[in-house]
Design a protein around this ligand. Sequence first.
Ligand SMILES: [Zn+2]
Ligand SMILES: [Zn+2]
Length: 342
Amino acid sequence: MKACVFHGPGDIRVESLPEPHPGPGELVLRMEATGLCYSDIRVYKGEKKARIGVIPGHENVGVIEEIGEGTEGFQKGQRVALCPIIACGRCFYCRRGLRNRCPERVTLGYEENGGLAQYLRVPASIVSLGHVFPVPEGLPSDVATLTEPLACVLNSLETCRVSPGGSLLLLGAGPMGLLHLLLARALGAGTIIVSELNEERLEHAVRLGASAAVNSRRDDLQPVVLDATGGLGVDSVVVTTGVPSLLEPALAAVRRQGTVSLFGGFPAGSTVALDPNAVHYNEITITGSQNATPDQYRRALQLLTVMPQAAEINTHRFRIDEGRKAYESRLGMDGLKSLVIF
Ligand SMILES: [Zn+2]
Ligand SMILES: [Zn+2]
């Protein structure tokens, strides 16, 4: 089979590898579509770790091709999306359903082989943890690859307690920022302000329903926030990109007792200066979110069926032979999100 293999930063090669077969308790998927996200690019740039020799790809949708001995509850030909997390299932966090916080967690596409290949062996632990989700009929596979990013966004919006009719500021309108926008709208947020430097991404934000879009290079964000919220500030702010200096405008825009959530991963070793009184007197919650629980994956997949505009996030499609090009298109910040379609 053809697969992308990670040989180190800047070095992704398309290679011919033997097709995998399922061991006991496992599945093998014939891949339909695999999404690339900024975490994959961070690995490519050497900012995030992955095992040398791994097949990347953690946003996976495929059809069950082979079923291992003793694997129950699945049928050949069934289309599934995966939560790529392998967790211990026994620790403090796993017992609370927080498998994304398991200290022993490993992830498909980073430590274990992922879906940038024609076939993917789904490890028994993923199957037994219930991390294999049938894709609802009628939901296209390319859209279903958004299950993983949307689950992360659902975790983010639940962490910052976005409420129906409430207000939200999104700093950054990349694919994840725009998914925050679409999901916040689906969840009934009233006012959604988007701030971004890239004009094309701001246009996407307006088209996808932002109440206000601010080019922070050109316009002052603060008056827009105050105007849109009757002088209060927003209920919550999500920093969707890993730019540490954005904590400052986030704290300036949030209302008293509001929440600032740090969503995107920051460069290792980042530090920020912070006025502790701004947090103290205004009773601000500063929080973060990373990945999602299996329950959030399950709900994200259902949410995609009522979020038709999510399809517009996938702007670039490649074949597996063009794996390297798929990475390069992301590095160039071309459009929004790249997919490999099989
Ligand atoms: Zn992702
Ligand atoms: Zn655990």
